[in-house]
Design a protein around this ligand. Sequence first.
Ligand code: HEM
Ligand code: HEM
Length: 201
Amino acid sequence: MKFGNTKESYGLIAIAIHWLVAFGFLGAYISVYYRHWFSEGGFSMTELNSNMIALYLHLSFGITIAVFVALRILWKLMNKTPNDVQGGGKFEHVSAHAMHWSLYAVMIIMPITGYMGTKLDTNFFFLFDIPKFNDTPLYSLIVERWLQTDWEHFEPIIDAIHKNTGAYISWLLIALHAGAALYHHVARKDIVLKRMAPWIK
Ligand code: HEM
Ligand code: HEM
């Protein structure tokens, strides 16, 4: 299999990054919902209880996704996108493209809003030791100078975007996207899923 995409199919790099990001999303969801539904102990900056470990894992999955998404977009810009698989009407192809762009939007919005809205009073991002947004020069530039507001007003808005997109929009888009891929495989019996999952016979 080729590293790059061809007009007929996705290459190794696009396939690997697609599935790494998909598993990253799974990890981000499992960790945050584990925290909401099953973890013990409350929010604590001093004690590393299961609640905090789950939250730090969520942040780490999110930052990892951001790195892969940046690589993915770079790779997409440098590469061809395979042609649409034959069959299906124009509406189907247009919706599939609209879905892909919406998923790219979600992949960009989720890590950025997650990072910008984190009010943890620490620079310790579990696997990644990166400064939190309101300690960076970007914060003064975007929030104070550009939006002319402060953390108390900015944080609830960015947090609401992160939580609502994550809890509703992103789930829905991923379910429709994965459902469509399975429909192609099971009902249409075409190569749409196999192009992205070549190990499937
Ligand atoms: C693609 C990546 C991400 C996804 C899919 C995601 C998804 C979610 C979801 C579903 C929630 C819970 C929403 C609710 O309250 O119902 C959440 C909460 C949260 N996320 Fe993310 N997130 C991502 C990345 C990030 C990143 C990069 C950070 C920070 C660096 C972050 C920080 C947070 C925080 C602090 C919360 C609130 C904690 C909580 O409610 O338990 N997220 N995220
Ligand atoms: C079980 C889960 C998933 C399945 C079965 C799946 C399947 C597929 C398939 C078959 C394609 C190729 C579509 C085509 O050739 O037109 C594709 C492309 C794509 N998938 Fe997924 N996917 C899954 C999860 C995800 C997730 C979680 C995301 C992102 C949040 C995502 C984002 C994308 C994007 C953006 C493309 C278009 C790639 C491009 O051409 O640039 N997928 N997916």
